[in-house]
Ligand binder design. Structure first.
Ligand SMILES: [Zn+2]
Length: 253
């Protein structure tokens, strides 16, 4: 689906449904309303639909390139993951949570010095983040930027929505803050899957040129499978590259 095309269709459908509503029996009005609400809900939880704002969920390329992304750090397994990446000479992107940054200057410096990208994953990563207005969201996102600036002197431009949820307020905050919204097209489910082999094969089975892989540096299983995952990605002929290079966009202001 092209950029914002679904939204145009949605609005056109809504207008037509509105015009026809007085002619429909009441249960049809209920069904049509439910349909439009379901599409809206799907649009909120599926970044790749680009409904409220475009999100980069993959690179358009025929080259066998993929990018690794780690959310929710600095966390318990970030250093372990950094050791593995360093050993295999692989660079990745880390969408950090602002409130996790103070107290972790070593990790933040390693991220920068070892050539990884630091992205914004909000300051609070609060459960109610998506219920806030655009102004409050943007203030939270900028607070995260300030933590990164304090730690390593860089201001992130790449933003990954907490829980992968998009809505009109967040779309407005992203636009106003000048961020690029980053999604994924391979969700590893590393926060749910307990079996290492299953997790690795789930990711490997979905590899395509330009894939963006979602992982979490807060998960023990992710640190545990990483050496094998890198090996298998490479033995399938893929090169792991940094997200910003693969998408040809700037990671920092
Ligand atoms: Zn997260």
């Amino acid at each position: 689906m092209g950029k914002l095309k679904l939204k145009t269709l949605y609005i056109a459908g809504l207008v037509i449904a509105g015009i026809c509503a007085p002619l429909m029996p009441w249960y049809c009005v209920v069904l049509v309303t439910l349909f439009f609400l379901s599409v809206l809900f799907l649009a909120c939880i599926t970044l790749s639909l680009n409904f409220f704002i475009p999100s980069k969920c993959k690179a358009i390329t025929s080259k066998k390139l993929v990018a690794l992304t780690f959310d929710d750090g600095p966390a318990r397994y970030t250093e372990n993951i950094l050791d593995t990446l360093q050993k295999h000479n692989v660079q990745a992107s880390f969408f950090c949570i602002g409130k996790n940054i103070p107290g972790n200057p070593l990790i933040m410096n390693r991220l920068k010095n070892e050539g990884h990208v630091i992205g914004n994953h909000s300051y609070s990563h609060g459960y109610w983040f998506d219920m806030s207005g655009a102004g409050k969201m943007l203030a939270d996102m900028r607070q995260m930027d300030r933590e990164v600036e304090k730690a390593v002197g860089l201001r992130p431009l790449l933003f990954r929505p907490p829980y992968g949820v998009m809505n009109p307020s967040l779309a407005q905050a992203i636009k106003k803050g000048g961020y690029t919204s980053i999604g994924w097209n391979i969700r590893s489910f590393d926060t749910r899957i307990k079996d290492k082999q299953k997790l690795t094969s789930r990711i490997i089975g979905q590899l395509k040129p330009g894939s963006i892989i979602l992982l979490h540096d807060s998960m023990e299983i992710t640190a545990a499978i990483l050496p094998e995952l890198i090996k298998e990605i490479e033995s399938n002929g893929y090169t792991i590259t940094r997200l910003d290079k693969m998408l040809n966009i700037s990671a920092y202001a």
